[in-house]
Design a protein. Structure first.
Length: 434
């Protein structure tokens, strides 16, 4: 996580000041619930809020860090600093709790906060994709399979496909947010032996979480595995669109390209260069987000009721994956909004092979006229290969082939471009249901 690929709002979620603030709220809400149950004095719960509810300044954070240097335990260091502010009533803080109650519940609060930002990012990207898709709904371009000309599509359809993919990603992200938004205040090994389950319910409600049905001493890590896997899939969708744009920007195609601003430079050596630097960057960032998936999966298998092999992993992948994905989604949204589309080059590339993209339609017409599929395929391929080799018009070669028993008028009709775009509106209605 470096400033170059970070945005302030997401970074703040992972700052010590936010983390300690969440820790404090967990402890303070727990005290309220304990006081309601008569476990601790109500005056003690009130004192925690009155004297401990202060901003976590650099000075306070430094004090916690200095205590941890001695105790080698972050939660104990936090509680010690809190007691210095609260006073004698601090002895009632953390009653019946274990460190994981604080750590795991806090992590899930942070992941839900991060999810909320990522959901906004996804919604902004979807809006940009829809706008550009509508703009180029009927901008015809050649579709490619294996990188080779296949049949015509429209650039709007290309973007609609990516819209649908990111829409699925948004649904998955919302589901992952719901799955990760759980709270555990269940004490050592999760049996509630020293704390009432009602406390957990109270804290969960105050923090906007749900109670974890069974938490051992930690919240089950399959939840986190699913969360980071979802981020990984979204990252792959980012790469998918980025690679498409990179291919379309190649000199040989020049069908679309990233916006090149005034004063921008593409190469230190070659002043003519206009490189797809943003989408190449996004391809790399997608790899980083995906790199968190396998460690998150491996965190699922912990010893018995808990160990801390997951802890160091999550301290890194939590901030890194969410901060990186937040940045990548925002960058991709900008790329889409400012993408330069060259419809004339799309048409030029479409025409490059002299109508060969209509070969399937000719094949089907011949079978409708009584020719066996095997013979029809042979006739069409023979003329297609000749057109490919000589550069002569596929349409004219078909007319000159005596074995092709179709009239010139029928052949000409088979080369009508509107045939390929007649169902674009149907697809758009399916994708953009609203």
């Amino acid at each position: 996580m470096i400033p170059r690929y970070s945005r302030k709002e997401m970074v703040q979620i992972w700052e010590p000041s936010n983390k300690f603030r969440i820790w404090f709220e967990i402890e303070a809400h727990t005290c309220d619930a304990q006081a309601d149950l008569g476990v601790i004095p109500k005056e003690a719960a009130a004192a925690v809020w009155e004297r401990g509810n202060k901003e976590y300044t650099e000075e306070r954070i430094a004090r916690i860090d200095s205590i941890e240097m001695e105790t080698k335990h972050d939660v104990i260091a936090f509680l010690t600093e809190l007691s210095e502010n609260v006073g004698d009533e601090a002895r009632f803080v953390h009653q019946g709790m274990t460190s994981s109650d604080v750590l795991d519940t806090c992590l899930n609060v942070q992941l839900t906060q991060a999810s909320d930002l990522l959901i906004k990012d996804m919604e902004a990207l979807l809006a940009a994709l829809q706008e550009r898709a509508e703009e180029h709904k009927y901008t015809v371009t050649i579709g490619r399979s294996h990188g080779i000309h296949a049949e015509p599509v429209t650039f709007g359809l290309k973007l609609a496909k990516h819209y649908a993919e990111f829409a699925r990603g948004l649904d998955r992200l919302k589901a992952a947010r719901a799955e990760i938004a759980t709270c555990a205040i269940s004490g050592a090994v999760g049996t509630f032996a020293n704390i009432n389950p009602a406390v957990e319910e109270h804290v969960a409600e105050k923090l906007g979480l749900t109670v974890e049905p069974v938490s051992t001493q930690v919240i089950p890590r399959d939840r986190h595995a699913m969360f980071f896997a979802t981020l990984g899939v979204i990252a792959s969708s980012i790469e998918n669109l980025s690679v498409e744009i990179r291919h379309l920007q190649r000199t040989e195609l020049r069908e679309a390209e990233e916006f090149f601003s005034k004063g921008q430079k593409g190469s230190s050596a070659m002043p003519h260069k206009r490189n797809p630097v943003l989408t190449e960057n996004l391809t790399g960032l997608a790899r980083l987000v995906r790199s968190s998936v396998v460690p998150a999966m491996e965190n699922v298998a912990l010893w018995h009721e808990r160990d801390i092999s997951h802890s160091s992993v999550e301290r890194m992948i939590g901030p890194d994956a969410t901060v990186t994905l937040d940045f990548a989604l925002a960058r991709l949204t900008g790329v889409v909004k400012n993408l330069v589309v060259y419809g004339e080059n799309m048409q030029k590339n479409l025409d490059q092979l002299g109508g060969l993209h209509n070969s399937q339609r000719v094949l089907l017409q011949l079978t409708q006229a009584g020719v066996s599929r095997e013979d029809a395929y042979r006739l069409v391929q023979r003329n297609a290969m000749e057109s490919w080799k000589s550069g002569n018009s596929f349409q004219e070669l078909l007319k000159q082939d005596e074995e092709v028993t179709l009239s010139n008028e029928v052949i000409d009709n088979l080369f009508d471009m509107e045939y390929h775009t007649k169902h674009v509106d149907t697809i758009f209605k399916r994708v953009f249901k609203a």
